[in-house]
Design a protein around this ligand. Structure first.
Ligand code: NAD
Ligand code: DAU
Length: 339
């Protein structure tokens, strides 16, 4: 079975490749990645030499290159992780988000139509549902919650979801979609909340909490997300959307305080900064469908997952120190310099 995994040099895609190569050694994985600032080839070093793994540096928006790869590999399954993923960058400049997250998805699905495919899986996000109020803990996102986006990032992801469902209905493309909550774990780029706070705390730098830190996210250990996608590929129904989340809602400020405690750093490092524009208040996934229909349940609780994650960042300093230099330093200065 040949599977194209796009965006496999990024955070979740790389974890997915490791998981699949370990659990399905009979699969052949072809990773297609443009290696943007968020993609890091060194992450894939442990699998680079494997006979059943191939890395191809291409852009999902490049139709000719994508078709060439399909011609060569004739994949049966495509899992699309490739995307611009950082909300703050999408607020700064939406263009590349529309390019990759919408038009790139169109190219990938056109290739699937042209060459034939058993499954196209679109990795989406809970952000397509917008946000929930902080004072209504009874409300959760279900697959029937209307799309109601807040940022250019989430709008681009919602556009891709709608396009994927249209390709299923109009052309009969065998599409599935997963909408997951916030992931954390090894290999996450240090612009995102958890690795950014770990990296800054270790350097005794200020910990920039947006607004009052009261916004809530529903955190899931990355391997549990990978397992959910594998299950959807094996047992999911085409044309269906599956929400993936761990019933693990936490306020940002509590996460940052927990990181301080784990690292033995003072909470005085916490600095409240100007809020994100259009900042979503709360995300909370109802994962009942994937549990009832496919038997998926998260396996790593937050208390264990955050310890494993912090340990990983302590043990792999060179990985994030290296990618945290260069372009990222300029971004950091732009984003936080005057905040
Ligand atoms: P990431 O930013 O860490 O990695 C994205 C990867 O995509 C990088 O390797 C990058 O080089 C590659 N890429 C970007 N543009 C490309 C293009 N035009 N062509 C080919 N490759 C390209 O992202 P992530 O956090 O691993 O997210 C992966 C997917 O999961 C995204 O689609 C995201 O929307 C979705 N998602 C993320 C989360 C989360 O918490 N991180 C939660 C739910 C869903
Ligand atoms: O819910 C899934 C989504 O989770 C994914 O689709 C996105 O790709 C992913 O980036 C993530 O989006 P968030 O905006 O929730 O993640 P981020 O890590 O950027 O921020 C998490 C929360 O922390 C959010 O409320 C903003 C806040 N925050 C973030 C940063 C970077 C801060 O307070 N300070 C910061 O410096």
């Amino acid at each position: 079975m040949t599977m194209i995994v796009t965006g496999g040099a990024g955070f979740i895609g790389s974890n997915f490749i490791f998981y699949i190569l370990q659990t399905h050694p009979d699969y052949r994985i072809v990773c297609l990645d443009k290696l943007t600032y968020a993609g890091n080839l060194s992450t894939l070093a442990p699998v680079m030499e494997k006979d059943n793994f191939r890395f191809v540096k291409e852009d999902i928006c490049d139709r000719e290159a994508v078709y060439r790869l399909f011609e060569e590999e004739r994949p049966e399954v495509v899992v699309n992780f490739a995307a611009e993923t950082h909300v703050d960058r999408s607020i700064e400049d939406p263009s590349i988000f529309l390019q990759t997250n919408v038009l790139g998805v169109q190219v990938m699905m056109d290739a699937c139509r042209k060459y034939g495919i058993k499954r196209y899986h679109q990795v989406s996000t809970d952000e397509v549902y917008g946000d929930l109020p902080l004072d209504r803990p009874d409300l959760l996102f279900t697959e029937d919650t209307p799309l109601h986006t807040s940022s250019p990032y989430s709008s681009s992801k919602a556009g891709a979801d709608l396009l994927a469902m249209a390709y299923h209905r109009t052309y009969g493309l065998p599409v599935t979609i997963s909408r997951c909550s916030n992931n954390y774990g090894p290999y996450q780029f240090p612009e995102k909340l958890i690795p950014l706070m770990i990296a800054n705390a270790l350097a005794d730098k200020p910990l920039p909490v947006y607004g009052q830190g009261l916004n809530v996210r529903d955190w899931l250990y990355v391997e549990d997300h990978c397992k959910a996608i594998d299950l959807i590929l094996q047992k999911g129904c085409v044309g269906e959307v599956y929400n993936v989340g761990g019933h693990n809602e936490m306020r940002n400020i509590d996460i940052v305080k927990l990181i301080c405690a784990e690292l033995g750093k003072p909470e005085s490092l916490i600095t409240y900064v100007t809020d994100r524009k259009g900042h979503d208040l709360r995300y909370a996934i109802d994962p009942a469908k994937i549990y009832k229909e496919l038997g998926w349940l998260p396996e790593t609780c937050f208390a264990e997952g955050i310890k494993k994650t912090i340990r990983w960042y302590l043990d792999n300093r060179s990985w994030w120190e290296e990618i945290g230099s260069g372009e990222y330093q300029k971004y950091y200065e732009r984003m936080y310099g005057n905040r």
